[in-house]
Design a protein around this ligand. Structure first.
Ligand SMILES: [Zn+2]
Length: 288
């Protein structure tokens, strides 16, 4: 009798867990499997926050346009809010006109955003994009092949394991491109390696309010990461805490070069907690 009871419990348990588990929409495997954005017919909505959220009605960035080429096509992470797509196109045009160069664009978000199986904690709401620091003359002169887009990688702009910028990989164009991006009003912040922020701070002149948006962060020595603000009328989109006032070329930047920051504890941003996505994201994930 007891065995029968146990059998019933084990038969019903998975159904019970499936019905009650809030983890459904938090599983990165499920988000990675979805090949297309949901078809809402309504406006695009970024939902939740950058590290635990999703996007409804995402659009795909074309594989290339004036001043940019999309890399790593196989990852299917070329989706974002229309404002992110427009931002990349706009920055591409600036780069093409002012620098006769081309941006190599890495990950945006998955078709419906959400957590990824590899590479990022953020990029979940269609408002984040990674752009390589590699300004390739070759890429500026022709369309890269699919294989090149998979196999190329961007070198670090730092010298060896040091905190110094490698002048062979860094140029005035890099600085201007970061400035142009930061000055666009839709940009909330841009993450770069602390050494890059220090380099920009060392050269600041009268017009340096834009440096406020340039944020030092671990790694980010081969690409910069642009994060847009929550778009207007996206009422389920959660903003990040506001940036500190000023250019942040002060002690807060110096900390990154301190013994504390270099210690194993300092190098670890924070303990990883699996994201808890808003319930609305379950609807987005399950939608046709
Ligand atoms: Zn990123």
């Amino acid at each position: 009798m007891y065995l029968i009871f146990l059998n019933i419990v084990f038969l019903l348990l998975p159904a019970y867990v499936a019905l009650t588990s809030p983890a459904f929409a938090n599983n990165a495997v499920d988000w990675a499997k979805v090949a297309r954005p949901d078809q809402t017919g309504a406006t695009s909505q970024s939902i939740g926050n950058y590290n635990s959220g999703c996007i409804s009605g995402a659009v795909a960035l074309a594989q290339e346009g004036p001043g940019y080429q999309l890399m790593r096509l196989s990852r299917n992470r070329a989706y974002g809010h229309p404002e992110l797509k427009q931002f990349i196109e706009k920055l591409g045009q600036i780069v093409a006109h002012q620098h006769e160069s081309v941006l190599l664009v890495g990950d945006l978000s998955q078709p419906r955003g959400g957590p990824t199986l590899s590479g990022h904690r953020s990029h979940q709401t269609g408002l984040d994009v990674d752009i390589w620091f590699l300004l390739s003359k070759q890429a500026a002169s022709r369309s890269l092949t699919r294989a090149e887009r998979e196999n190329w990688s961007a070198p670090s702009v730092l010298l060896g394991n040091s905190d110094n910028i490698n002048p062979k990989e860094w140029s005035a164009a890099h600085e201007k491109i970061l400035q142009s991006a930061a000055q666009l009003p839709e940009v909330d912040r841009i993450f770069v390696n602390p050494s890059i922020k220090r380099e920009l701070c060392s050269k600041r002149d009268g017009d340096s309010a834009w440096l406020r948006k340039i944020r030092p962060w671990w790694k980010h020595d081969d690409h910069f990461h642009v994060r847009l603000k929550c778009p207007a009328n996206n009422r389920h989109c959660q903003s990040q805490e506001p940036l500190p006032l000023g250019e942040s070329c002060d002690a807060s930047l110096a900390w990154w070069f301190s013994a504390e920051a270099k210690s194993p504890l300092g190098k670890k941003p924070e303990t990883y907690k699996p994201p808890v996505l808003p319930d609305l994201c379950t609807t987005v994930l399950k939608a046709p």
